[in-house]
Ligand binder design. Structure first.
Ligand SMILES: *Cc1c(COP(=O)(O)O)cnc(C)c1O
Length: 371
């Protein structure tokens, strides 16, 4: 084992494993980003990204982590108050970004692990005029998945734009950007896209961009109006993270081979296997382990497992690491009460089975030694 392998196989909810040919694509030499060679690379990347987003719109590529495009969503939202649907740590962060950008922000809080009740969303929207609604599609801290079509429908009925963080959704679970008429949706490179960290991707509707020109303080680096102007020349506004773009172009070729539908099916199968294992663990041990998110509201990319008394997320992460797999601890207020498995990206059902076997062994061992 080289020291580069020392961390074991990554089943973190980001970053996740990156396949070797994608890492090697980053060895390509530099080229000037104002010129034909770059424009050809960028055009190829666009062709790869559009089917992943299910859009005919251009896909913005930001040389930042996903948080950069969350900030862009807020900065470019039309003037007016923001309604933030909060049901976990990342949706809380979206609300925090809105406040940090000086937006009047109202939070509709839902208990962690659940998703916002549509009647409550409608009452909030009816109570006053909101410019935009923020939602995290797949709440990585809890594993809960929000259904987007009814949220788009409600937001639009009340004249608000829907801003979607689908960082652990896109490329793992269905997102129909155009068919669902989403105003803005974003993801990051290191989650279900299975790329190294450092890039974010986003799609805005034409109408959202038209209205963004009225955004009260769009700033500069995350001004989507600039992204839109440059992308029609197959360029980015500033110097892009070129090596990561090579990796992204290689990875979108792999995704095209699998097809996006194939990717969704594979993720659904990895999630089912994980959920079934949690049920079996409860039966075998007689202890109340549970998938934290409710059936029908579970993300196919990440599972948070609620723990019985006496076991902590930290202890499980450590014991699983000794068995060669890197999984995630609980996040935020769930830090000790849960652990998380990221079954996303390029992982296979067989690979997840091996990770679950290690988790199973680790948990039985911990129960036997702490009982
Ligand atoms: C990982 C994650 C983010 C933050 O992404 P960065 O790339 O660290 O900026 C935001 N939202 C969700 C749902 C995430 O899982």
């Amino acid at each position: 084992m080289s020291d580069l392998d020392a961390f074991g196989t990554f089943f973190l909810p980001g970053p996740t494993e990156v396949r070797r040919p994608v890492l090697e694509a980053m060895l390509a030499p530099m080229l000037p980003h104002r010129g034909a060679a770059f424009e050809a690379l960028f055009a190829r990347l666009q062709q790869g990204l559009q089917p992943i987003f299910r859009t005919a719109r251009p896909v913005y590529v930001s040389s930042s982590s996903a948080t950069g495009l969350m900030e862009a969503a807020i900065r470019c939202a039309p003037p007016g108050p923001i309604l933030s649907l909060v049901n976990g740590a990342f949706s809380e962060r979206f609300a925090h970004i809105a406040r940090a950008c000086d937006r009047e922000t109202h939070v509709l809080a839902t208990p962690w692990g659940q998703i916002a009740d549509l009647n409550a969303v409608e009452s909030a929207l009816a109570s006053r005029a909101f410019a935009a609604v923020t939602v995290v599609h797949s709440e990585t801290s809890t594993g809960a998945l929000s259904a987007l079509p009814p949220l788009v429908e409600l937001a639009h009925r009340y004249g608000a734009a829907l801003l979607v963080d689908s960082v652990t959704g896109l490329a793992g679970v269905p997102v129909e950007t155009d068919a669902w008429d989403i105003d803005f949706v974003l993801t990051g490179s290191q989650k279900a896209m299975a790329l190294p960290p450092g890039l974010a991707f986003g799609v805005a509707s034409e109408q959202f961009i038209a209205r963004a020109t009225q955004g009260p303080s769009r700033g500069l680096y995350f001004d989507l109006v600039e992204f839109e102007q440059y992308i029609h020349k197959n360029q980015t506004p500033n110097t892009p993270a070129l090596s990561l773009l090579y990796a992204a172009a290689a990875q979108t070729d792999f995704i095209a081979q699998e097809t996006i539908e194939g990717r969704w099916h594979r993720h659904a199968a990895m999630a089912s296997l994980t959920h079934a294992w949690v049920d079996r663990l409860t039966d075998e041990t007689g202890r109340p382990f549970a998938v934290f998110a409710a059936p029908g509201q579970r993300s196919a990319t990440v599972t948070a497992v609620a723990l019985p008394d006496g076991l902590t997320g930290d202890a499980i992460v450590k014991a699983v690491a000794q068995r060669g797999f890197v999984i995630g601890g609980g996040y935020g207020q769930l830090k000790q009460r849960t652990f998380r498995i990221g079954h996303m990206g390029d992982h296979t059902v067989d690979g997840v089975a091996r990770c679950l076997a290690a988790c199973n062994d680790a948990i039985h061992h911990l129960l036997a030694t702490t009982a």
